[in-house]
Design a protein around this ligand. Sequence first.
Ligand SMILES: *[C@@H]1O[C@H](CO)[C@@H](O)[C@H](O)[C@H]1NC(C)=O
Ligand SMILES: *[C@@H]1O[C@H](CO)[C@@H](O)[C@H](O)[C@H]1NC(C)=O
Ligand SMILES: *[C@@H]1O[C@H](CO)[C@@H](O)[C@H](O)[C@H]1NC(C)=O
Length: 239
Amino acid sequence: MKLIRPLLFHFLLYCATETLGVKIQSVPGVNSEGVIQTELEKTVSLVCQSDGDHESQADEELVWKRNGAAISLTEENKKGHSSVCVTPIIYEDNGATFTCHLSKNATVTASVTLNVTLEEEAVLVLQCDIWANPPVFSVSWKLNGSTVDLLAGGFSVTNDGLTSRLTAKKMKKSLHEGTYQCTAESPIYGGHSKQFIVAVTEKTLKVPLMPMIAGLVVVCLTALLAIASRWDKITKCCK
Ligand SMILES: *[C@@H]1O[C@H](CO)[C@@H](O)[C@H](O)[C@H]1NC(C)=O
Ligand SMILES: *[C@@H]1O[C@H](CO)[C@@H](O)[C@H](O)[C@H]1NC(C)=O
Ligand SMILES: *[C@@H]1O[C@H](CO)[C@@H](O)[C@H](O)[C@H]1NC(C)=O
């Protein structure tokens, strides 16, 4: 959980999903379908507020749930106003639904869902826990229903007996977007699968940092030199 400076609030785009009694505000904002668009490694902050017309509701105790499981909150983070922070965003957060409701009345509720997209050129890592006793005898990975083409997609698969990991070093929308599925086959329990829906967004242009730093250094150096030469004059005239 993190505190967000109040001043920052005014500059950030603020959206809210509203139902009777509680509302969720988030950074980044929620779209009209209740979905928050985010990327790996980013931070999503959610604030739930009880806002009834009745005075009594402003101080109501709140409950946060992630995919139906309660999130543990400190006492002071429950009354009338409660914030949770998801950071850093990991792939498992894709599709996670965060629900906030009044502690005494679960029908007074609001929820948002995270949509985690991956930027082109980012590293894609999908993993499936495959721990079993007796051990599973095979793990397979599929993309859009057919076996992952390791060579064409630049994928590598590792398996340490506990997790099977599918990695692609540099993602490309045309090669890596789609629905992935890992399936572990156990001699006793049969096949178990897990699905991942991977959406790839085009790389956004980032402000180049190096030229800016170089620019600043040059300005600083010239300023220092100017002082130095003046200092020279000052010291000379003092003699
Ligand atoms: C819970 O809230 C709903 C909607 O405001 C209301 O209709 C219902 O009576 C409330 N239930 C309780 C037990 O207070
Ligand atoms: C998630 O984002 C991707 C990329 O913008 C979009 O194609 C997809 O429809 C979104 N999914 C949901 C559930 O909003
Ligand atoms: C997988 O299917 C989706 C949806 O039909 C498509 O957009 C995507 O390009 C496919 N991925 C690959 C690698 O063919």
